[in-house]
Write a protein that binds this ligand. Sequence first.
Ligand SMILES: *Cc1c(COP(=O)(O)O)cnc(C)c1O
Ligand SMILES: [Zn+2]
Length: 392
Amino acid sequence: MFLIHLTCTSCGLHHDWKHLQNLCTACQRPLAATYDLEKIRRALTPEHLTSRREKSLWRFREVLPLPPSTEPVSLGEGGTPLLRAGRFGNKRGIENLWIKDESQNPTQTFKARGMSVAVSMAKYLGATKLAVPSAGNAGGALAAYAARAGLEAHIFMPRDTPRANIIECRELGAHVTLIDGLITDCGAEIARRKQAESWFEMSTLKEPYRLEGKKTLGYELAEQLDWQLPDAILYPTGGGTGLIGMWKAFDEMETLGWIGPKRPRMFSVQASGCAPIVHAFENGETFASEFPKAQTVASGLRVPKAIGDFLMLKILRESHGGAVTVDDEQMIRMARELGSTEGLFVSPEGGACFAALTSLIQAKQIASHELVVIFNTGSGVKYLDCYDEATS
Ligand SMILES: *Cc1c(COP(=O)(O)O)cnc(C)c1O
Ligand SMILES: [Zn+2]
């Protein structure tokens, strides 16, 4: 295995990966995995990858944690298609528009990526009871991977979480608690009880390996584009794990000699009812303040305060990207248009990115010849209530 230690993303302090870790013990900020990239560079090349039969994200085993002798907790996550959106793109004068369709993951969202890696490591390091606050899809993914690993899942969700998520968690054998409040209130409840209950907390970026799972989005994208990166990426942003993970993957791949220094412009897409990153970006702030009265049908974007806010803001600025809000009605409308032109029933979070594309083109922040990748992070099937309501 090539994992060396965990490094604090803020103060740089090293932590031992052989113990279960949450935040940095010195500054309470997120930890990230550090690998011996020079050694990986000698052990693995893009040509090796081409001949691998493994299609899941575990095909990138060398840049993931978990000793090689340990079987990952897997349901076949990752390896999702990068689909051309020719008809939708043409209508808006974008010749080279692609969709990374993450709805084809186990549990129908990209939360599966992070949970496969995080549950694999938690099990390996001896955790038996896993807890997570969830706006919906992280809960479903934890429930699935915990069941597969033979571990307990304790999931805290806002009472108004989409019904599909609540039923999914219960059917997958998780202990579900509904909270009158937001995901931040769910997190507070876990923090209060975790010590007494011996729960290991699996909140995104409060645990170092969901980031590693999401990082594979960046590896897959580079591989699917023949080791070129797009000009722009539109990412529906909640906790920001995918955004931060992809950026980490790009840096690792450059050190490995797989890609050059060019980076895509990264755009965060948020709901107008919950846009802490957009506000902080526009105001030139380093951290984002908690967004008051967060409200949106895109439950994955209903994160009023993210612990990785400073990392996201840094990436958006370094990449010369930006941050855009979309209102709920636009998301649903765009999701419908995309469905009828491209044949994908996308989540409202996915729909939000297609709406944001339209405004970025109008604002001349994206040009017609550019290669643009949009993430459809989940399936519309998990949001039947909100599509149903929008029809009637
Ligand atoms: C969680 C989630 C998001 C946000 O992802 P982050 O990496 O936490 O920003 C977007 N879309 C869907 C469908 C989600 O479940
Ligand atoms: Zn620190």
